[in-house]
Ligand binder design. Structure first.
Ligand code: ADP
Ligand code: MG
Length: 339
């Protein structure tokens, strides 16, 4: 019998990997924003058209790339962020898998403009469906711009699966908010179809949260602080009387990365026990710093789940510190007259 197994060509492998990394325009937004943060940008601008279906652009003032790196960044497993497997347990960057740009370039039209500070000229690259189309030197400002057009142009099934602009934009704003709340020291702007949706000058955590929530949110927030060997907790929780039926404003960040954790959510809810009307959800914006070697982030390509070494201690510490804050700020139990 002849051999039947073949290695897939890179562009096919990239397209398969893209299925996991890029579910919708919001996934591209997340990856590009994270790359700009890793590039030490202090000013990051996100521009989208038609909820990202026609155009997504991220412009940063970060370190930029040289010519070789600008080409290499589109290769799979190409990363400047880790070198060895052990580095996975000492991560200080958002990225490390080296597959986002390879995936995005496999399923969209991508234009990269980048220049390093010390260079006279930058580079302008065009890549479509994993194929390099053009490469020129160009006069550019310091930093990097990624322009993504026609997402899923070569995967009609994915393209057709996209929801309405309102829904896709909601997903983009969700990802944007998760990133900007984790990095209040960076100036972020979001422009959709020519109008400014967010303009967030660099500030502190409290101010950034208030800028996102708007209105009178400042008076609704109670600070939380705790420091132990296992975890350092900071951030804010909403006073119980401002709790709502929806779970919109609940954020955990671990080492500056938004994460989802039903376990930590449970710890928090148990601290509010007796203070909430039934079915109500408190707002929270909690920032946990843990030693990088005590967590595993490499569980899923989107990195929103984390495995903690010592989940139980974390649960207890979080619960106690939230309870303490609620007590300290004289948050009294609600009298539930409806019962
Ligand atoms: P990862 O972020 O996991 O390393 P990516 O595919 O997202 O993988 O990016 C590949 C590489 O391209 C990065 O490691 C980085 O060196 C470079 N890069 C990507 N975006 C930028 C940017 N905005 N500024 C400078 N370098 C970038
Ligand atoms: Mg990345």
């Amino acid at each position: 019998m002849p051999n039947v197994i073949q290695l897939l060509p890179d562009h096919v492998a990239n397209q398969i990997a893209a299925g996991e990394v890029v579910q919708r325009p919001a996934s591209v937004v997340k990856e590009l924003l994270e790359n700009s943060i890793d590039a030490k940008a202090t000013d990051i601008k996100l521009v989208v058209k038609d909820a990202g279906k026609t155009l997504i652009q991220v412009i940063d003032n970060g370190v930029g790339m040289n010519v070789t790196d600008a080409r290499l960044c589109f290769e799979r497993h190409a990363t400047s962020k880790i070198r060895h497997a052990e580095d996975l347990f000492d991560l200080h960057t958002k990225g490390f898998r080296g597959e986002a740009l390879a995936s995005i370039a496999a399923i969209a039209h991508v234009e990269l403009k980048t220049k390093q500070d010390q260079e006279e000229l930058g580079i302008h690259l065009v890549i479509e469906g994993s194929k390099f189309v053009s490469q020129e030197v160009a006069v550019l400002p310091k930093g990097t711009s990624f322009l993504i057009k026609n997402l899923f142009f070569n995967i009609p099934a994915r393209r057709n699966f996209l929801k309405s602009d309102v829904v896709e934009m909601r997903h983009i704003i969700d990802e944007f908010q998760r990133v900007v709340l984790a990095h209040p020291n960076i100036y972020f702007t979001l422009i959709h179809n020519g109008s400014e949706v967010f303009n967030l000058p660099a500030s502190n955590y409290r101010q950034r949260i208030v800028n996102i929530l708007g209105g009178k949110s400042n008076e609704k927030l109670v600070p939380v602080t705790e420091e132990t060997e296992i975890v350092k907790i900071s951030g804010f929780i909403g006073k119980p009387e401002f709790a709502k039926k929806s779970r919109g404003e609940q954020f955990f960040f671990v080492n500056d990365r938004f994460i989802k954790s039903s376990y930590l959510h449970h710890a928090l809810m148990s601290a509010y026990e007796g203070l909430l009307k039934e079915g109500n959800q408190p707002s929270y914006f909690l920032y946990l710093q843990v030693p990088p070697h005590t967590i595993d982030i490499n569980i899923h390509p989107t990195k929103t789940e984390i495995k903690f070494d010592d989940e139980q201690s974390l649960y207890a510490i979080l619960r106690a510190s939230v309870k303490h804050s609620l007590g300290q700020f004289n948050v009294a139990p609600v009298l539930d007259f409806e019962r």
